[in-house]
Design a protein around this ligand. Structure first.
Ligand SMILES: Cc1cc2nc3c(=O)[nH]c(=O)nc-3n(C[C@H](O)[C@H](O)[C@H](O)COP(=O)(O)OP(=O)(O)OC[C@H]3O[C@@H](n4cnc5c(N)ncnc54)[C@H](O)[C@@H]3O)c2cc1C
Length: 449
């Protein structure tokens, strides 16, 4: 076995606050790794993938020492920045209509459902609330005739896949959302909706109660292997272990793997202030609903009611950021787009201000595949969740722990034998090419944005 000594090229840097986490009571900070210690397993990354991997390892190896390291606090990364849709059905962001081909769509659905099932089993096992996670379904909302055509197309796909759905007309959409903007909706019952920061914080605490040791603000800066042992280093400590699981999504590239095969995308969110009783009357509709856009590059909208009050959340705009960091100008430009989308949909709320604005990272591959498997002896990875990491990360974390434990199964086999992410063109060309495709897609989405 050859020796390895790799410095991590880049550490996570976030844009704006993790709004979902900011709604919750302040969390007691966990320890940083500040000693040289040993463990049986080290999981790098405490998002959906890393925590699911750690949970599964703890289930399979009750006597083992399992350490999880994250560069940030729990729920401060993408896990506390996403829109909270754990979607079961095909949701391919790089396609014009969310679908790939029938074989991939069926495989994706099986995989996503297994992820939702594992997350729901955590809810029951660890006593999480309905606010943290509930199987409520979601609606693809259409604002324009083009959006309705997209919903028609998606309905035809679901019929082929033998998946249940319901269509809503404009009046049903108004009763749900309180706004006249939506002319059509396509309801899918199988999506679980999460308060992502609440879910991930509850998940982390539950896994710690199973004996897993989680260190926050402990960025891994170097990985080395000599003989059979890995040493994972942070600024102030290290862990020597036999097995490492990388659950860092796009930061896999920072660890020296899959250079120029992963697309680093940033997408943006804005969350309103807690709506006043008067604003809630003007809004009307239900207290909780969740809309994905009929066009993949349109606007996601959620209405929430719970910890942190009653709020609306807007997500749109995607930028290609090979450096994995968005600029202030990009955040401000997204904020302007959010304000336009909000004003178009909720003209009755012209006095509502946005309390939080943020960006967060997605990792996509051109051919919509993830990275799953043993990259070096004793070093495993489950990364590149293609924008759907709440469900896909949960299942691929569980499965990578099983693979690393010598287990097998249909889903593991299919993931292991999936193609690799296809290569991207050289940086400048990729920047221009991907940027142009995204801008064109957003232009085509028109008022769905
Ligand atoms: C605005 C927005 C909306 C989204 N909406 C949805 C949605 O509705 N549904 C959905 O499924 N997905 C959504 N996503 C995507 C989703 O958040 C990601 O796919 C998901 O978080 C990936 O999970 P993960 O555990 O693989 O990676 P992450 O959640 O990114 O976790 C990886 C962890 O690794 C840590 N890490 C990285 N490098 C190091 C290092 N050197 N040392 C230690 N730790 C390190 C990071 O700090 C991070 O906490 C959205 C994302 C954004 C930004």
């Amino acid at each position: 076995m050859r020796d390895i000594d790799r410095a991590v090229r880049q550490l996570p840097r976030e844009t704006g606050p993790a709004a979902w986490n900011a709604l919750l009571p302040e969390a007691k900070p966990r320890a940083q790794l500040n000693e040289n210690r040993r463990a049986d397993w080290v999981v790098i990354g405490a998002g959906f993938t890393g925590l699911s991997a750690a949970r599964r390892l703890a289930e399979l190896h009750t006597a083992d020492d399992i350490v999880v390291l994250d560069a940030l606090g729990v729920a401060e990364g993408a896990a506390g920045r996403n829109s909270g849709f754990m979607i079961d059905l095909p949701h391919v962001l790089t396609s014009g209509d969310y679908s790939s081909n029938e074989g991939n769509d069926r495989f994706d659905t099986r995989l996503n459902r297994a992820g939702i099932e594992y997350a729901m089993s955590a809810k029951h096992e660890f006593g999480m609330s309905d606010e943290a996670i509930a199987l409520t379904g979601k609606i693809n909302g259409a604002v324009t005739a083009r959006g309705v055509a997209n919903n028609d197309h998606y309905a035809a796909l679901l019929t082929t896949l033998n998946e249940p759905f319901e269509r809503y007309d404009s009046s049903a959409m108004r009763q749900i959302t309180g706004t006249n903007s939506y002319v059509d909706g396509l309801f899918n019952p199988g999506t679980a909706m999460i308060q992502p920061a609440m879910f991930i914080r509850d998940y982390a605490r539950a896994i710690e109660s199973q004996g897993v040791r989680l260190y926050e603000r402990s960025a891994v800066t170097q990985t080395t292997r000599s003989g059979r042992h890995w040493v994972v280093k942070t600024a102030q400590g290290s862990v020597e272990c036999a097995n490492v699981i990388l659950a860092v999504n796009g930061h896999l590239e920072s660890f020296g793997y899959y250079a120029r095969q992963l697309m680093h995308i940033v997408t943006y969110g804005s969350m309103t202030q807690n709506l006043t009783p008067d604003q809630l009357i003007r809004l009307g509709g239900r207290a909780r609903w969740a809309l994905t856009p009929a066009d993949p590059l349109g606007t996601t909208v959620r209405r929430i009611s719970g910890t942190g009050g009653d709020r609306l959340i807007i997500r749109n705009r995607v930028t290609f950021n090979p450096t994995m960091t968005a600029s202030d100008a990009q955040l401000q430009s997204a904020a302007r787009a959010h304000d336009r989308s909000f004003k178009d949909r909720f003209p009755m709320l012209n006095d509502v201000r946005m309390e939080y604005r943020w960006g967060g990272r997605l990792c996509l591959s051109r051919n919509d595949v993830s990275v799953f498997g043993e990259l070096e002896p004793g070093l495993f990875a489950a990364c590149c969740q293609n924008g759907l990491g709440t469900a896909k990360g949960t299942i691929s974390g569980k499965l990578i722990a099983e693979l690393a434990s010598g287990l097998d199964g249909h889903l593991i086999d299919d993931l292991k034998h999936a193609p690799e992410p296809t290569r991207l063109p050289p940086n400048l060309i990729a920047r221009i090419g991907v940027g142009t495709v995204l801008r064109w897609g957003e232009w085509r989405a028109g008022n769905e944005l």
